[in-house]
Design a protein around this ligand. Structure first.
Ligand code: GDP
Ligand code: MG
Length: 591
């Protein structure tokens, strides 16, 4: 018997559904009793002029009015001991903290303008006009409560941090320009936010423009599965104009609302910890790092370890450049005193002394934390895990040449899910595979698949760095078959031919009884002794062989670089002609 409460005498009954109300009830308890979401209640309270959070206690008067607003009749109950449960059963050590917000969206939809507008309209009194934000994050105040904004607009920065294992953001504000609508980067940002599991709030910007068409955008969002409250969903959408500074307070109030629902808390009674938002080397002051405190209280004089970098906080500044001595969770600060420049997205930890710092740095070095932790997956590793019965979910990023290919491939892939493993296509798009795709793959442990889509140069480099598997296909059934095989643990590693270098035959020399040597010049790449060689004449492959000898002047060599001349002898091939092209091919494992 959980709610052993007694009915007050003399309470009349009516035909509308009744809700029993004790003298005091929290928003959360009321939400549970009425079967509505906490967010609905908090919004209704706001309409009644009351700012409340989910754990707030309401007295009978307020609660009964609210209940009526939802079409119920209040029934006054006398509280029993059990009725007076503590509002929150969470450990007393946890303190409510401000939400941390990132702004995302398509280019030119107003991310920077919105960040500026928020800061300008909500700076602490007295400093208006002289805004000297100089670090990559700031805090504003709304009704006495703080909100932290990360000034690293764009989902790439967000996902890059996540790829390093950092989770900084609680809520992503997706900016959509009301005159332009959902664009490719809107979708990309949405997918990045979803993959990270952060909450999304829509800021419908540029509503001041005469050609703004909010309904069209709401429809587009709904088509993407983002159903806003007005349309019966649970995504908050706030119309704003960053330019005219309209709707900014409304946006902030809604962010606080979501923060309340999320019940964001942090431990404070522990050594401080958090992440690096950005860092740079200042010519005069040395390494400067912007940190976001996530738990504990960071203080000047604290000894810090960031990966393999140590240091002691010599000075600490807030987002206005003011000297401060302490920083609570969700506060962005700039610090002086690290021995070298850490990377964005790295975790910082406060330790008790120099000795502990040394030990931790050593440990981090051994764990390879100095460099990016690569957590890439590949179809062949998936296959290995699948045969060991370990794989539960396979995330895929799918890029295609044309829009029409996306849905059929995505459907076929997701249909490969079975009771043991789930295939989830976390992002799709048309065009080349970009660095942003690779970052998302790194952050979400996903495999990138291109269907008639190739990676950009930057993306190739990044994929190598982050150990992300990029597979390219031009036949749908082959693509599906490979993923299916991987899930069944049956995909064998595959080898592809990679042209490592090309040489042109300049002269042909006799060598011994029957043999001939092609005096050649390396035109591009390099020639290696262990290569397979394709002999190309008039644009056609006329033969294939292996290298039998590779010489530079009189020396046998393993490898020859671009521009140099060499003598090439092949196994079972002597019919060289001047002008032949020798392609040096290496076999590489695809994963
Ligand atoms: P970002 O690329 O998303 O950071 O977009 P910006 O903040 O740089 O804004 C792009 C352009 O849109 C700029 O010319 C802004 O002045 C303009 N802009 C931004 N917000 C608004 C708005 O609310 N109304 C109007 N009319 N223009 C805006
Ligand atoms: Mg911008």
């Amino acid at each position: 018997m959980k709610n052993r409460q007694e009915q007050a005498p003399g309470e009349n009954t009516t035909s509308t559904p009744q809700i029993g109300l004790p003298p005091v009830i929290t928003v959360k308890q009321l939400a549970d009793q009425m079967g509505v979401s906490g967010i609905e209640i908090i919004k209704q309270l706001m309409r009644n002029g009351i700012m409340a959070n989910i754990n707030q206690s309401l007295d009978y008067e307020v609660a009964s009015k609210l209940v009526a607003d939802f079409g119920f009749t209040a029934k006054k109950l006398l509280a029993s001991a059990q009725g007076r449960q503590k509002a929150s059963s969470l450990s007393a050590k946890l303190h409510t903290r401000p939400p941390v917000i990132t702004i995302m969206g398509h280019v030119d939809h107003g991310k920077t303008s919105l960040l500026d507008a928020i800061r300008q309209t909500n700076v602490a009194a007295g400093e208006a006009g002289a805004i000297t934000q100089h670090i990559g994050a700031y805090q504003v105040e709304m009704k006495g409560r703080k909100i932290t904004f990360l000034d690293t607009p764009g989902h790439e920065a967000f996902t890059a941090m996540r790829a390093r294992g950092a989770r900084a953001t609680d809520i992503a504000v997706l900016v959509v320009a009301a005159d332009d609508g959902v664009m490719p980067q809107t979708i990309e940002a949405l997918d990045h936010a979803r993959a990270a599991g952060v909450n999304i709030v829509i800021a419908l910007n540029k509503i001041d423009k005469s050609n703004a068409n909010p309904d069209r955008i709401k429809q587009q969002l709904s088509d993407l599965g983002v159903v806003i409250e007005e349309w019966g969903g649970d995504i908050i959408c706030v119309p704003v104009s960053a330019k005219k500074k309209q709707g900014i307070d409304d946006l902030l109030e809604n962010l606080l609302l979501v923060a309340d629902i999320l019940e964001l808390k942090a431990e404070v009674d522990c050594p401080a910890e958090g992440i690096v938002i950005e860092a740079k080397l200042d010519k005069n002051r040395g390494p400067l790092a912007t940190l976001l405190v996530q738990k504990g209280i960071l203080k000047t004089g604290d000894t810090l370890v960031i990966g393999t970098v140590g240091g002691k906080i010599k000075a600490m500044f807030d987002d206005d450049g003011k000297n401060i001595r302490k920083a609570e969770p969700a506060t962005p600060v700039e610090i002086l005193g690290m021995n070298s420049v850490p990377d964005a997205g790295q975790v910082f930890q406060v330790v008790s002394d120099e000795k502990e710092a040394k030990g931790l740095i050593e440990k981090n070095r051994n764990a390879g934390l100095a460099t990016t932790t690569s957590r890439g997956v590949s179809l062949t590793s998936v296959a290995a895990q699948a045969s060991a019965g370990e794989i539960k979910e396979l995330n895929i990023i799918l890029k295609t040449d044309v829009h029409g290919s996306i849905e059929p491939i995505k459907d076929s892939l997701e249909r490969l899910s079975n009771d043991k493993t789930r295939v989830k296509v976390i992002h799709t798009g048309t065009g080349a595979i970009t660095e942003s795709d690779i970052l998302l793959a790194a952050a979400s442990r996903a495999v990138v698949i291109g269907f008639n889509s190739k990676p950009e140069t930057g993306a190739i480099r990044m994929a190598e760095q982050e150990k992300i598997s990029v597979r390219q296909y031009s036949v749908i059934y082959k693509l599906i078959e490979d993923v299916e095989k991987a899930l069944q643990g049956m995909l064998e590693p595959e080898y592809v031919d990679v042209v490592a270098g090309q040489a042109e035959v300049r002269a042909v020399f006799e060598a011994g009884k029957k043999g001939k040597i092609a005096g050649s010049q390396i035109k591009e790449g390099r020639a290696t002794r262990d290569s397979l060689v394709r002999i190309i004449r008039g644009g056609k492959v006329i033969a294939e062989s292996r290298v039998a000898g590779l010489r530079r002047f009189k020396d046998d060599v393993k490898e020859i670089a671009t521009g140099l001349e060499c003598g090439v002898k092949l196994e079972n091939f002597n019919d060289f002609e001047v002008g032949d092209i020798l392609q040096f091919v290496r076999q590489e494992k695809v994963d």
